[in-house]
Write a protein that binds this ligand. Structure first.
Ligand code: ZN
Length: 476
């Protein structure tokens, strides 16, 4: 949590010199400042602008729209694009044919185009097979989809693994269609090609953190361009810190792929790499006005689960923590029993629980720049716990060290909350017996994780604390 000085401005954190600046010294290098940077607020607008730039593309689980979206991400991060050929067997699934659309429309009995894919790519059921036909309205109705309870919106429908075709339209428009013969054209191709996914690896320590976002939805903003944008800016931010000498304890693997088949294909090609993933986050639905929801990994008490719960609680805002269930986003695949990876999902309002979900109501207006920036900050705060947690040892464990002699009482004396800062140091000194991690100290003392980190950082820089090596911890 940030404190405020008498002028109401943000008091600088002692572990942070300036945004994006290199942070010298062992303590500073050990505790990268994540999620507390005021400059993060300004990233909401560029994230939204990037979303707007790719919003019109017709993404799907394969095809040109997905590929163009990944190429656009290359303007933000050095993403490597991988292609998995159609027909490749990936566990129990097969990579499908590549789907691309040139045009798709319906003409009414008067010859007027009443539905046109060019107006909105949600008009066409994804993976529709090619069609050129004239048919009476009753027959056409079998291929139309609308939402009677939300009559102004176009629904999002797919037919990935079944040869079918269809159009989606507002129920108001469908209700007004007159009897007669309609001409239908779907000029689409389903041919041998490949499934594309993008991957960016930011090197750090040996343990990996997977950040995953599905990128296969057409013109839908919250689900899931918001997750893609937050992930890409998260990657940019962490890469910026690493460039400036901040030492990251984890290697970060950012992947952007089609949902389900993309995750299955990625896992199928990365079985050895998957074993190195120590924690992971699926990012989705991060731009709406709802409170944060974190869905736990299948394990339920993995590092990522504890870090998400801890950071959301410390942030003080309304949020929900939900247990794992084998439905939802790609955590389903990562948490399948053969992998059982510690991967949770950070979102705002969960899928299916807001009316705009999977409809044309999920547009760029529905996603707010300020919410995107908040989501980026929330994700960084989760990672901050993973980056900064550790087991430390009090180097002066026999009675309290004399803090005043080291200028630590003076140091805290002119801070806005000297009592809290001093208490944090006393808690950290007392519980840093080699058995408690910083997050456990925060749990036991009631300190925020950031306060425990600040205290540990100060004590480290005064030679009163050191981190125990992994081999010394006696814990896994
Ligand atoms: Zn979806």
């Amino acid at each position: 949590m940030k404190s405020q000085d008498g002028n109401g401005s943000l008091a600088p954190s002692p572990i942070r010199t300036a945004p994006f600046a290199p942070e010298p010294g062992e303590a500073q290098a050990r505790f990268p400042s994540l999620g507390e940077d005021p400059d993060l607020d300004a990233l909401g607008e560029p994230m939204h602008a990037w979303m707007a730039s790719v919003f019109p593309l017709c993404r799907s689980i394969t095809g040109a729209g997905l590929r163009k979206t990944l190429r656009s991400l290359q303007d933000l991060i050095p993403l490597k694009i991988h292609e998995v050929p159609s027909g490749t067997q990936v566990f129990d699934w097969t990579v499908p044919l590549e789907w691309d659309v040139r045009e798709a429309w319906i003409r009414d009995p008067q010859g007027r185009k009443v539905v046109d894919f060019r107006d909105h790519n949600l008009h066409l059921v994804q993976y529709s097979v090619p069609v050129r036909a004239v048919m009476p309205l009753e027959e056409l109705q079998l291929h139309l989809h609308s939402l009677p309870d939300r009559p102004g919106w176009i629904p999002y429908r797919t037919s990935y693994y079944k040869d079918d075709w269809g159009f989606c339209l507002p129920h108001l428009q469908r209700s007004a269609l007159a009897a007669g013969d309609y001409e239908v054209c779907i000029d689409a191709s389903l041919k041998e090609g490949s499934l594309s996914y993008g991957e960016f690896i930011l090197p750090g320590g040996p343990d990996q953190i997977l950040i995953w976002a599905h990128a296969c939805h057409p013109s839908l903003a919250n689900d899931n361009l918001s997750g893609v944008a937050v992930s890409a800016y998260l990657a940019r931010y962490l890469a910026g810190l690493a460039d400036r000498g901040v030492r990251l304890r984890h290697t970060y693997r950012f992947v952007y792929a089609p949902a389900t088949i993309g995750a299955i294909a990625w896992l199928s090609r990365n079985r050895a790499e998957a074993a190195r993933i120590r924690n992971g986050l699926v990012l989705s639905l991060l731009g709406d006005l709802g409170a944060f929801t974190y869905k736990r990994s299948r394990r339920g008490n993995a590092g990522i689960d504890r870090a998400a719960a801890r950071s959301l609680r410390d942030a003080g805002a309304d949020h929900a923590i939900e247990d794992f269930s084998p439905y939802g986003y790609d955590e389903r695949q990562f948490c399948s029993p053969g992998f059982d990876l510690p991967v949770g999902c950070l979102m705002r309002t969960p899928h299916g629980r807001f009316p705009e979900y999977h409809t044309s109501g999920d547009d760029l207006e529905f996603v707010k720049p300020a919410r995107l920036a908040e989501s980026l900050r929330a994700a960084l705060r989760v990672l901050s716990v993973l980056e900064c947690d550790g087991v430390f040892e009090n180097l002066n464990p026999h009675c309290e060290p004399q803090l005043g002699r080291r200028g630590l009482y003076q140091a805290v004396g002119n801070r806005p909350d000297p009592g809290a800062e001093a208490m944090a140091m006393l808690w950290v000194l007392n519980l840093c017996d080699g058995d408690h991690s910083l997050s456990e100290i925060a749990d036991r003392s009631g300190l925020s994780f950031a306060a425990a980190v600040r205290a540990a950082s100060t004590l480290m820089s005064h030679g009163l604390l050191r981190e125990r090596g992994r081999e010394e911890k006696g814990r896994s």
